[in-house]
Design a protein around this ligand. Structure first.
Ligand SMILES: Cc1ncc(COP(=O)(O)O)c(C=O)c1O
Length: 371
């Protein structure tokens, strides 16, 4: 691995991503859409999508058309769906690059159709339904009329219908079952009017794992493909593997006298003569500017002390006397017998594992390998 040249980097195991996708496919029994938006949840958009395709993912899901275009520019040919809003002026690009868009508003549907017609092509669309998320989509009860109008629009191909679960990662299934019931009713209506599209989909990772009735024709999995748990209540099977390790280097080791301040505004004072190290990671990498962070050095868990700076932070090394400049420091992942999980960092930061990995900045070098 070419990590010697870097001071803060991510090591990403594409073998773990492939393993997780294959298992999701087996569990679901239907094709998988790998959700690779937000730079593959920090793991890298194109590399994650390539691994997903290699493991048999049928689709990729992204949030924005620019992410979809980046996949096409990288030579990926599998179907790609933009899950979020797309401005009308981008429709021609979607048509030219065979990218499917979502629609949930008839005025936009008409404009999309006009744009597609004007550029001499056809646009594939998935209609998005709000079955209870309170976010994008039209209500399933209005769905049949909408679809009847939509299929009359030339230059649009009605390829899919989908919805998204708000609370599938919780113990109480009630809301998810209510959402699925609303959506199922619509799917039944479409079926009886011979309007059911090829791809009906509803499941994120948690619903793929815990709600078989949500699987329909395709499951849209994000967090689980990276080996991270949808929530503590809806964990992945133990055979799933996290793909990402976040590393930096020890760039200084020295003793500070008792009562010495550390870092900006002296948010830490040594209580005795202490061995303080400097680590090449900071808040500009996505390492939160807060007290109470932790890391691994030589397989030992140590505390980050003082405030986190933009590119660096300080650590207390009394427990690791053998630590020296150049040592690898693990912020997230395994080192020896010790491990720091994205879930643990999320809990410490008052957020979720999703936000921890999505916050890993571009300037972190990404090194890929396959276990
Ligand atoms: C519409 C949609 N589908 C699927 C997903 C994937 O969800 P998860 O990462 O929980 O599997 C997301 C992620 O936020 C989403 O917005």
């Amino acid at each position: 691995m070419q990590s010697e040249q870097y001071t803060s980097w991510l090591e990403i195991d594409l073998g773990a991503i492939k393993n997780n996708i294959r298992q999701l496919k087996d569990i679901a029994g239907v094709p998988v859409m790998a959700v690779v938006k937000a730079n593959g949840y920090g793991h890298g958009l194109v590399e994650t999508a390539r691994a997903a395709a290699g493991a048999g993912s049928a689709w990729c899901g992204v949030a924005r058309i620019d992410e979809a275009l980046a996949l096409r520019q990288a030579g990926l040919t599998l179907p790609v769906l933009v899950l979020g809003f797309t401005p009308t002026c981008r429709v021609a690009e979607a048509v030219r690059n065979d990218i499917s868009l979502c629609v949930y508003d008839m005025n936009y549907a008409r404009e999309y159709a006009r744009e597609a017609h004007d550029c001499g092509g056809r646009l594939k669309v998935h209609v998005k339904f709000d079955s209870g998320m309170g976010r994008l989509g039209l209500f399933p009860e209005d769905g049949l009329d909408f679809v009847k109008e939509l299929v009359e629009l030339n230059a649009l191909d009605f390829e899919g219908a989908f919805t998204h679960m708000a609370r599938a990662d919780e113990t109480d299934p009630q809301i998810t079952l209510w959402q699925l019931g609303r959506f199922q009713k619509l799917v039944d209506q479409l079926e009886s009017c011979k309007l059911r599209p090829s791809w009906v989909h509803a499941a994120n990772s948690a619903s793929t794992l815990y709600f078989p009735q949500a699987r329909f024709d395709l499951v849209r999995c994000g967090i689980s493909i990276y080996g991270l748990h949808p929530s503590a209540e809806t964990p992945n099977p133990q055979t799933f593997r996290p793909a990402l390790t976040w590393k930096a280097r020890l760039t200084s080791v020295k003793y500070l006298t008792a009562g010495h301040g550390v870092g900006y505004n002296y948010r830490y004072y040594t209580s005795a003569r202490e061995r303080i190290g400097v680590v090449s990671v900071g808040y500009a990498d996505g390492f939160r500017r807060r007290l109470g962070n932790f890391a691994l050095v030589r397989g030992q868990r140590i505390n980050v002390v003082g405030g986190v700076c933009m590119d660096q932070c300080m650590v207390q090394l009394d427990a690791v006397p053998e630590a020296q400049i150049g040592d690898e420091v693990v912020l997230l992942g395994r080192q020896g017998d010790s491990v720091i999980t994205a879930e643990e960092i999320g809990a410490a930061w008052g957020t979720i594992n999703y936000e921890v990995v999505c916050g890993l900045e571009d300037r972190l070098q990404r090194i890929y390998y396959e276990s």
